[in-house]
Design a protein around this ligand. Structure first.
Ligand code: SAM
Length: 273
């Protein structure tokens, strides 16, 4: 069966404990320009909605911004999702962005080359050396470009990457879908024949959208507009995303929710900004 350039059903939350057997080089705790790296120990964790007890305590790292926000970490859920995306990767790979370098470490055993685009120069300074150690061990050439991956994707299509992995969004939120879909559409022309785009947490975000869609469609048709206005008062992006659902099902009581949600899912994989 021919592989599609993007598979919206690829679920990077699919559980496997294989990630626990792949050691990763962790960042050194301390203060860095613009952020600090903290460390703590866990013996259980939420992993994609499931509480998982670890067989051994795990030291994890968190990257905390100057205003105290936990920006990124290497907790089990992150490791599982990066591991799954890395397993699905092959050949010449383009990545946006670098993060704390988990995905590259999981990917280098089975790819040919790695090109990473990361917008934070401060992060590149700290994380690139770690990625190079892992890549050198597998003789994988690495190029790290400091910049905006969207600018790269807007450039002349090169049709040369076998895998393009994107995860420039900080959180898994259905409201990101239009932007994520736009990046996907920009990425596809850069794929070689049979290549594939992977998007961090896509199935998770689709599921969140589907849940929001279901709550909206359970409201009586005449009430949906006001309901949505109240529910999204603080979240204009969610309003914009869900208004086409109100319009599509205007005046309709939902007899077959599964069919309605299938429409919602299809819409959410196509909508862009
Ligand atoms: C969720 S983290 C990536 C985690 C990473 N995959 C890992 O394995 O650790 C998101 C990263 O994307 C970067 N980023 C955000 N927007 C970007 C953009 N437009 N272009 C390039 N990098 C971007 C952030 O600075 C951050 O390093």
């Amino acid at each position: 069966m021919e592989l599609q350039p993007f598979d919206p059903t690829f679920d990077d939350c699919t559980w496997t404990d294989a990630w626990t057997r792949v050691p990763v080089i962790q960042l050194v705790p301390g203060e860095y320009p613009g952020f600090s790296i903290r460390t703590w120990r866990i013996d259980e964790a939420d992993v994609c909605g499931q509480r998982v007890r670890l067989s051994h305590p795990l030291d994890v790292r968190g990257l905390v911004t100057a205003d105290g926000r936990l920006w990124m970490s290497d907790v089990p859920q992150e490791r599982l999702m990066m591991y799954n995306n890395a397993q699905a990767s092959r050949g010449d790979v383009l990545v946006g962005g670098l993060g704390i370098g988990l995905y590259p470490q999981y990917a280098v055993p089975h790819i040919r080359t790695l090109t990473i685009v990361e917008q934070s120069a401060a992060l590149v300074e700290v994380v690139e050396p770690v990625v190079r150690i892992a890549a050198d061990a597998h003789r994988v050439p690495v190029e790290v470009i400091t910049g905006d991956v969207e600018d790269v994707l807007r450039g002349e299509p090169v049709a040369r990457y076998d895998t393009i992995f994107l995860d420039t969004w900080d959180t898994l939120d259905a409201a990101h879908l239009p932007t994520v879909n736009r990046l996907r559409d920009l990425a596809i022309p850069h794929l070689s024949e049979g290549g594939r785009v992977l998007l961090w947490g896509y199935v998770w975000m689709l599921r969140l959208f589907e849940e929001a869609c279901e709550r909206l469609l359970q409201v009586a048709p005449a009430e949906r507009y006001s309901w949505l206005r109240v529910m999204t008062r603080q979240r204009p992006a969610v309003w914009t995303l869900l208004m086409p659902v109100v319009e599509h099902f205007a005046g309709q009581e939902i007899g077959n929710m599964d069919a309605a949600l299938a429409w919602c899912r299809d819409y959410a994989t196509r909508v862009t900004v």
